[in-house]
Design a protein around this ligand. Structure first.
Ligand code: AMP
Length: 284
């Protein structure tokens, strides 16, 4: 596995791979790799000739006061993990190489970023789209793998690829969960033992919602209120949002298949997100 830090170097390698007609699979990440990331990488290794992953904690997707500074970083460990699952090239640029000191061009997306995480994380998706577009231009993948864990991001990237005519197949990948159901996240390391225990309420409330919906409830309001009541019983939990939306990220009134139940909840100071697509199987 090659570990590359400079855009100019990775571009040379990509050019070479393209000249050999190799298909390139790409998994963009912010590092602190866990099994969720590794599941995306394994899919890429399966489906593409040459797998590139990026590790870049993107400063412009964090708002002021968020956890950019303390976001977990462990490149040594990430290199080991990436090697173990067959990554061909790990790209770990520094912020200056990616952003320079005078970035004037941004990729912004309307409507899809107005709800859910876009509501309370101003500029978040603008930061995500700008960097993902840059990475796509650098890596020139045939396929890029994104987790359903960040469901709004997945829909946004799909639309960006369509709108900007990137010739890239966006491959959605299932949410990986811990044995007890908590969605894997690099941020789970922030949780104290008690908070880790309380965080399970997110998964439990999703399960409860699925049961209510399977029993015939179609009112989004009723389901959302049940979830909120459940989560509010935990002292350490503070709800950012609980919503049921359609594929355009619009709130819906009557629940139907393919709607997305999406939650963001602070457990202590840690903001966790999770979701479930109605009608799909919950998986681990
Ligand atoms: P991040 O490093 O958090 O930016 O995530 C990089 C990619 O991994 C994104 O496409 C995420 O959706 C995906 N990802 C993160 N956590 C999980 C998980 N638990 N299951 C599946 N994919 C995940």
């Amino acid at each position: 596995m090659e570990v590359i830090y400079k855009i100019s170097e990775i571009k040379k390698i990509i050019k070479q791979k393209k000249s050999e007609a190799k298909t390139i699979g790409f998994v963009p990440t912010m590092g602190a790799l866990h099994d969720g990331h590794l599941s995306l990488i394994k899919k890429s290794v399966d489906e593409a000739d040459y797998t590139v992953i990026s590790i870049f904690v993107n400063p412009i997707q964090f708002a002021i006061g968020e956890d950019y500074e303390k976001y977990p970083r462990d490149l040594k460990k990430d290199i080991k993990l990436a090697k173990s699952v067959g990554v061909d090239l790990l790209f770990a640029p520094d912020a200056f190489d990616i952003l320079g000191d005078n970035l004037l061009t941004y990729v912004d997306i309307n409507k899809l970023s107005d709800n859910l995480c876009g509501l309370n994380r101003q500029g978040h998706f603008r930061g995500v789209c700008t960097i993902v577009a840059k990475l796509f231009n650098i890596v020139e993948p045939n396929k890029a793998f994104f987790g359903k864990k960040d469901i709004q991001q997945l829909y946004i990237i799909k639309k960006m690829v369509q709108d900007l005519n990137f010739d890239i197949d966006i491959v959605p990948c299932p949410i990986l969960r811990e044995k007890d159901g908590l969605a894997m996240s690099s941020r789970n390391v922030y949780l104290s033992k008690d908070e880790r225990h309380d965080a399970l309420i997110i998964y439990k409330s999703i399960n409860n919602a699925i049961e209510i919906i399977n029993n015939g409830e179609t009112s989004s309001e009723i389901v959302i209120n049940k979830i909120k009541n459940m989560i509010n019983l935990k002292k350490s939990a503070k709800i950012d949002y609980v919503k049921i939306v359609n594929e355009n990220m619009e709130d819906i009134i009557k629940i139907s298949k393919h709607n997305i139940l999406a939650l963001a909840v602070y457990i202590g100071k840690t903001r966790l997100i999770d979701n479930h697509i109605i009608g799909e199987k919950l998986c681990y």
